[in-house]
Design a protein around this ligand. Structure first.
Ligand SMILES: *[C@@H]1O[C@H](CO)[C@@H](O)[C@H](O)[C@H]1NC(C)=O
Ligand SMILES: *[C@@H]1O[C@H](CO)[C@@H](O)[C@H](O)[C@H]1NC(C)=O
Ligand SMILES: *[C@@H]1O[C@H](CO)[C@@H](O)[C@H](O)[C@H]1NC(C)=O
Ligand SMILES: *[C@@H]1O[C@H](CO)[C@@H](O)[C@H](O)[C@H]1NC(C)=O
Ligand SMILES: *[C@@H]1O[C@H](CO)[C@@H](O)[C@H](O)[C@H]1NC(C)=O
Length: 213
C-alpha cells in the first residue's frame, strides 16, 4: 500500500534531468528564436485584440437593430357628427399623420397592419397602416384616415355623461411587424408599437392633448 505511490512518483523525477540533458546543446539558439517569434506573436495578438474590439464597437453601434419609433405626428378631425341627448352617438373621420422613425443604419420594411381606436374598453375604429419602408436614419410619414363611429359600441349609455362635458376620450393602438436589414448581413424582426391617447373636443371639432408613449 505504501510502496505503490513512491514507485509511481519516482519515474517523473528521473525523466526531467534526462530531457534537460538531451536538449542542453540546442537550448540557447532555440531560446533566441523563441523570444523573437513570441514577441511577434504578442504583437499579432495585441493587434488582433485591438482589431477585435474595434470591430465589436463598430458592430454594436452600426449593426445593432434598434426598434424604430412609431407615433402619431399630427391629427385632424373631419365630418364630425354627434348626437347628445336621448341617443348619444358620434361619427367622424380621424386624419392622422403617422411617423415611423428609423434610427438604424439600414432599412426598416414593414407589412400592412390594422390597429384600433378605442373608446373606453371598446373598439370604435380600425386604423389601417399600409405596408412601407423607412430608409436608414430617416423618418417615413404616412397619412392614415380612420373612420370612427359609436355604432360599434354595445352600450352607448355611459357615453352620455362623457359627451356632456364636451370631451370624448380616445385611445389608439397599432403594432407594426417588420424587418430591419443592415448592410445585407443583419436581418432582425422588429415590432414597434404605438399607444396614443387623445381627447376629442366635440364643440371645437379638434383633438386636444394628443399623447403617445
Ligand atoms: C358616418 O359618416 C360617414 C361619412 O361621413 C357616413 O358614410 C356613415 O354612414 C356615417 N355613419 C353613421 C353611423 O352615421
Ligand atoms: C395586408 O394586405 C393583404 C393584401 O392586401 C391582406 O390580405 C392582409 O389581410 C393585410 N393584412 C393586414 C394585417 O391588414
Ligand atoms: C368616460 O369618462 C370616464 C372618466 O373620464 C372614463 O373613465 C371613461 O373611460 C369614459 N368612457 C368613455 C366611453 O369614453
Ligand atoms: C350635451 O348636452 C348637455 C345637456 O343635455 C349640455 O350641457 C352639453 O353642453 C352638451 N354637450 C355638447 C358637446 O354639446
Ligand atoms: C373645446 O373647444 C372650444 C373651442 O375651441 C373651447 O372654447 C372649449 O373650452 C373646449 N372645451 C374643453 C372642454 O376644453
Amino acid at each position: 500500500m505504501q510502496e505503490d505511490p513512491q514507485a509511481k512518483s519516482k519515474p517523473p523525477i528521473r525523466d526531467h534531468p534526462r530531457s534537460d540533458m538531451e536538449f542542453g546543446g540546442i537550448k540557447p539558439k532555440a531560446f533566441q528564436r523563441d523570444e523573437k517569434s513570441s514577441k511577434c506573436l504578442v504583437y499579432i495578438l495585441v493587434i488582433m485584440v485591438i482589431q477585435g474590439s474595434i470591430l465589436l464597437v463598430f458592430a454594436s453601434y452600426f449593426l445593432r437593430a434598434r426598434t424604430p419609433g412609431f407615433e402619431i405626428g399630427s391629427v385632424e378631425v373631419r365630418n364630425l357628427k354627434y348626437g347628445n341627448s336621448s341617443a348619444p352617438s358620434f361619427n367622424f373621420t380621424l386624419l392622422t399623420q403617422v411617423t415611423v422613425e428609423n434610427t438604424n443604419f439600414g432599412d426598416f420594411r414593414f407589412d400592412n397592419s390594422t390597429g384600433s381606436v378605442w373608446c373606453g374598453s371598446e373598439v370604435v375604429g380600425l386604423m389601417k397602416i399600409p405596408k412601407g419602408r423607412a430608409q436608414a436614419r430617416a423618418s417615413e410619414m404616412m397619412k392614415v384616415s380612420t373612420q370612427v363611429s359609436s355604432v360599434r359600441l354595445s352600450d352607448a349609455n355611459n357615453l352620455a355623461s362623457n359627451m356632456s362635458y364636451g370631451l370624448l376620450e380616445l385611445k389608439s393602438y397599432v403594432k407594426l411587424s417588420g424587418k430591419v436589414t443592415i448592410m445585407n448581413i443583419m436581418k432582425r424582426r422588429r415590432n414597434p408599437e404605438m399607444n396614443c391617447f387623445m381627447k376629442l373636443n366635440l364643440t371645437g371639432n379638434t383633438i386636444q392633448r394628443l399623447k403617445c408613449d
